[in-house]
Design a protein around this ligand. Structure first.
Ligand code: GLN
Length: 473
């Protein structure tokens, strides 16, 4: 049996008792990649020799000692490619430094192994915006894995990675986890350093784990979090042991169901699965009540002003001068910028840069950017009020199951609307997790559904407690 179906805790057991070596494990993961990646397309690259070298010196006494973890291709690991799923970085960029999140994992003994496909610069919800290939959903190969961390979810659900890192700006960890049938967790904004994560929208981006169980996610989160002076938004907060709450019951836990999340566009079978999940939480002793997050409707519009605005500024650095694709046919400096960027960026990234530049331009700034900032405050206040009454908010993660590859590529607006349930947690900076909540039979396939849990800022412990109780309950 392949080791790649085991949990991180089970593998740690085998490593510490010397039943297997770290090199055995790396080789096992590599052979599962070789066997299944040609179908799934989850990994873009993997450097077996480098990982074996790290395995040789892995400190097995550490909490993640000897565990290879796959990395979304927007997190820098020195000496490795970091393409962001974009042509602009695919040709000639090698990471010159290592992200703090990766350093933290390494310090805990883990081995970063393999680079995972994603929507270009994390813009998308299907991984179809990658310039570097198609990624498939292991539950139904003709369907999207979600996105933008689609490679992360596909690799983990398809058992060709033990666990992976993703990044979440508007749902990119939780939504692919939901669609592929695994666990995806976005920590509180500021919990995990963004140093070394190539920025999409800096006020929203967070790194987090995609795993096959809540326990694995809690274990990884323990070692991802922590203050980092190199990220000015990093929080100086102590990090509790999130695995300590696993197994605690949820009797009396107050769970709120936001009525604005059970709406017309919600697929009826997804709703039925979610309602079943909620009944399970109630049977476990949680107290369920309806709540209101009245500004939910403004979430998508707010996000699609703010995220492109920040992206347009962040992506200005890709100009073909110091790194990235450089046009070979430019005759002067202006043409150099124009051609390098036009040739290097794909259509969705260009759309976002146009949108972002527009909403920040003089004459439109007040009407769009400033309004969106105000709406963001209202959305954040909704949550603050709700958490006076409840401990956890529960909702569907995505309104629909995974659609077929190519089905929505001509309809960006429809794709944007699919982020309706995940975006608010980013706008409010809150931690949130998606946990598998059954499957639905749909057009001949059994498609996974995800249940989302949200808590107040820095309360990941309650998030893991509730998610774990649900998962094992
Ligand atoms: N789907 C959203 C977008 O396209 C969220 C992406 C993300 O979280 N990186 O922007």
């Amino acid at each position: 049996m392949s080791l790649t179906t085991l949990s991180l805790t089970e593998l740690r057991q085998k490593l510490t008792t010397k039943e297997i070596s770290a090199a055995d494990l790396v080789r096992d993961v590599a052979s599962s990649i070789e066997a299944r990646n040609p179908v799934l397309g989850a990994y873009l690259t993997w450097d077996l020799d480098a990982a074996l070298k790290e395995a040789e010196s892995a400190d097995l006494t550490q909490p993640l000692g000897g565990l290879p973890i796959a990395i979304k291709d927007n997190i820098n690991v020195e000496g490795q490619p970091c393409t962001c799923g974009s042509k602009i970085l695919a040709e000639n960029y090698t990471a010159p430094y290592t992200a703090t999140a990766i350093q933290n994992l390494r310090q805990a003994g883990a081995i970063p192994f393999g680079r995972l496909n994603m929507d270009e610069f994390a813009m998308g919800s299907s991984t179809e915006n990658s310039a570097l290939g198609v990624t498939r959903n292991p539950a139904a190969l003709d369907r999207i894995p979600g996105g933008s961390s689609g490679g992360s979810a596909s690799s983990v659900a398809g058992s060709i990675a033990l666990a992976a890192l993703g990044s979440d700006t508007g749902g990119s960890i939780r939504q692919p986890a939901a669609l592929c049938g695994c666990v995806g967790m976005k920590p509180t904004y500021g919990r995990v350093s963004r140093f070394g994560l190539i920025a999409f929208a800096s006020s929203l981006d967070q790194i987090g784990p995609i795993t096959r169980s809540v326990a694995d996610a809690a274990l990884l989160t323990n070692h991802l979090c922590g203050f980092d002076p190199r990220d000015s938004t990093s929080l100086k907060e102590s990090v509790p042991d999130f695995t300590a709450v696993l197994g605690r019951d949820i009797k009396g836990l107050r769970i709120g169901l936001p009525k604005e999340y059970f709406i017309d566009g919600l697929h009826p079978d997804v709703e039925a699965s979610v309602r079943k999940g909620i009944a399970k939480l109630e049977a476990l002793g949680a107290h369920i009540e309806e709540i209101s997050l009245p500004h939910t409707e403004a979430g998508v519009a707010t996000y699609y002003v703010l995220a492109p605005a920040e992206a347009s500024a962040n992506l200005a650095r890709f100009d073909g001068v110091r790194y990235g694709h450089r046009s070979s046919s430019a005759s002067d400096l202006m043409e150099h910028y124009l051609k390098s960027r036009s040739e290097g960026f794909g259509p969705e990234v260009k759309r976002r840069i146009l949108l972002g530049t527009y909403v920040l331009s003089s004459g439109y700034y007040d009407a769009y950017y400033l309004q969106a900032q105000k709406a963001r405050t209202l959305i954040r206040d909704d949550f603050t009020k709700a958490f006076e009454k409840v401990d956890v908010i529960v909702s569907p993660t995505s309104p629909t199951p995974a659609h077929k590859l190519g089905e929505l590529t001509g309809d960006p607006l429809q794709a944007y609307l699919e982020d309706v349930f995940t975006i608010p947690a980013n706008l409010a900076g809150l931690p949130a997790i998606s946990v598998p909540c059954g499957t639905i039979a749909h057009e001949g396939a059994n498609l996974p559904v995800g249940l989302q849990f949200i808590t107040k800022a820095l309360d990941e412990a309650t998030l893991f407690q509730a998610a774990h109780a649900f998962e094992v309950g």
